[in-house]
Design a binder for this molecule. Structure first.
Ligand code: ARG
Length: 573
């Protein structure tokens, strides 16, 4: 195969040409890195593929930018480019489109789904704490965010040759179980829990919180039940196990629908016997202090102290997380430990890191809180206690229904309609979540999630299926011809984006930001649809091969981009 011309390499070539020319006219004014940083990708294709603004140099040399640009051009070795032009204060570089197109398409097609992979991760393990819903509560939209963001990050990291370990740190311990047991014993029924575990348990929990304001004795009872549980009481343990099992069954249904799997379900309870080591270590290292009967680690002026043990001896969320971090480091020797959890827990993760640092663990610096924004409803915070919840199951159900209806209307003879409707409906929900920067808050509107036009997952899926269907037709209708390429404006746009996919994946991985991929997929789909609307693909001329290869490469990359988001790409829809 020919030398591969990726866009980053092309950029490097531009920088080298400029730097060489500069040694003649203004040596040592701009470093190679500075030149690189100054290079722009113009919005308008007429301004070339890369542009070098001469403002900075003009300032340094006290000359007009246009003059400088011209001087560089006079000294420039232009052989690597189709054209170089001065336009105003800019030097514009035009690449050899035909060459870049030929090598890019060949590379994408040869690599297939592997296009964009890299070896940077060297098989290092990255643990990803994700989803982690609380037992006996419904999986909320927040947990959905954690699930799909974590899943996508895992896929992106795999592509970059890391080994993710997806851990579901189930909220299966805590005082809420005391409340739940009280509520169940007072108002619950076994049949109801068996029939509809999550909703029934949820109902009890909400009722508890409706009444405990006026009946503080309920809280006392709840504390007692939780204490029983911690002490291994038979009935309490039996109830706990049962609630956990039923909840997990319901969660598994959702995970199956989303197509998400985990490597571990070790939740908070798993660390019950591992926390004394933490308190011992903290004591040994002289980090534990007593404050109002509780044991704390002081974290200085910038952070609230970490509350390790309550006055009644009960251990806390952070204590479990300390034990979990230590356990994970010993078990996986992780290169990084990511926690995909809402922004509202930022302080908690800062405290976690700070305590581990105080304990002398260097690997504390490899802990990253992958925060994400809040989902509100009508501007209000969702809350299980207030009963203001959006049920993920309902959202998925509605979205799949709508996909089904659309397919019935538009493509009633489609084979395997239900599978496709599922892929589209679920894909819409996942994509909707991943297309915004993860730290953005957003207000949840069902109509928005199940919208299939515009910047949506189904739009990308549909674009992919459309290109596939042209390729299917081509296979039966037209003869392939030899390839002479002239690359037009709108196909050049596609080629450049395809060539940029590896960069995009690297960036998404480094930023732990699936939206980088989602936005890229939207741009590529849009460019493709523009091209498709303005060209005849299936004409037996000398460019046919090129056009079909362009379509093929586009389907490969769109499908892989969706795959990295955890969204399926049906061949037909
Ligand atoms: N169960 C917690 C919640 O729903 C999230 C747990 C996040 N993971 C962790 N290791 N703290 O808020």
């Amino acid at each position: 195969m020919e030398e591969i011309m990726k866009l980053e390499e092309a950029k490097r070539t531009v920088q080298e040409a400029i730097s060489t020319a500069l040694t003649e006219i203004a040596p040592q004014v701009l470093t190679a890195q500075k030149v690189m940083n100054l290079l722009e990708v113009p919005k308008n294709d007429r301004m070339g593929d890369f542009a070098f603004p001469a403002f900075q140099l003009a300032k340094n040399l006290h000359q007009a930018p246009q003059q400088i640009a011209q001087q560089i051009l006079d000294q420039l070795d232009q052989t690597a480019f189709a054209k170089v032009q001065v336009q105003g204060p800019y030097l514009n570089f035009f690449l050899h489109r035909e060459e870049v197109a030929a090598t890019t398409l060949a590379e994408v097609i040869a690599a297939g789904a592997d296009f964009g992979s890299s070896a940077q991760g060297q098989q290092k393990q990255v643990v990803i704490d994700m989803s982690s819903p609380n037992i006996a509560k419904p999986m909320s939209m927040g947990h959905l965010r954690s699930t799909v963001i974590g899943n996508s990050i895992a896929k992106i990291l795999t592509k970059l040759d890391y080994q993710p370990v997806k851990i579901n740190h189930l909220g299966d311990w805590g005082t809420q179980f005391g409340k739940l047991m009280v509520a169940y014993k007072k108002w619950g029924s076994e049949e109801d829990v068996k029939r509809d575990p999550i909703n029934s348990l949820q109902k009890y929990y909400v009722k508890f919180h409706q009444l405990d304001q006026e009946h503080p004795e309920l809280d006392d009872e709840a504390r007692e039940w939780f204490k029983k549980l911690e002490n291994g009481d038979q009935e309490a343990t039996y109830l706990w196990r049962w609630f956990r099992k039923e909840s997990l069954k319901a969660f598994t249904k959702v995970y199956d629908q989303l197509g998400v799997t985990f490597d571990s379900f070790k939740g908070e309870a798993f660390y019950n016997d591992k926390m004394s080591e933490i308190t011992d270590l903290l004591e040994e290292k002289g980090l534990l202090q007593t404050s109002k009967g509780a044991e704390i680690v002081d974290l200085g002026p910038d952070l609230p102290p970490a509350l390790i043990k309550k006055s009644d001896g009960a251990t806390l969320y952070i204590t479990r997380d300390l034990a979990a971090a230590l356990y994970r480091q010993r078990t996986y020797h992780f290169a990084k430990a990511l926690y995909v959890v809402g922004s509202e827990q930022s302080v908690h993760f800062e405290q976690l890191k700070a305590v581990l640092q105080k304990m002398g663990y260097d690997w504390a610096q490899d802990i990253e809180h992958i925060r994400f924004g809040l989902i509100t409803s009508g501007g209000k915070k969702l809350s299980t206690r207030a009963g203001r919840v959006i049920l993920l199951e309902d959202v998925l159900h509605d979205s799949v229904q709508l996909a089904q209806a659309q397919i019935d209307a538009k493509n009633p003879t489609l084979p395997d309609k239900e599978t496709v409707a599922h892929a589209v409906g679920v894909g819409a929900v996942i994509f909707h979540d991943l297309k915004n920067n993860r730290t953005d808050n957003f207000d949840f509107q069902l109509e928005e999630v199940v919208r299939f036009e515009g910047e949506t997952g189904p739009y990308v899926q549909y674009t992919h299926a459309r290109a596939q269907s042209v390729l299917r037709k081509a296979a039966t209708q037209v003869q392939e011809q030899s390839t002479i390429i002239t690359v037009g404006e709108s196909d050049w746009n596609i080629v450049k984006q395809l060539a940029n996919f590896p960069e995009v994946i690297t960036q998404a991985g480094a930023q732990r930001e699936p939206s980088v991929i989602a936005k890229y997929a939207l741009r590529l789909a849009k460019s493709f649809n523009h091209y498709y609307a303005h060209s005849k693909i299936l004409v037996a001329d000398e460019q046919l091969d090129y056009r079909l290869n362009l379509l093929k490469a586009t389907t490969i990359v769109l499908k892989e981009a969706l795959n990295l988001l955890g969204v399926q790409a049906p061949d037909e829809m």
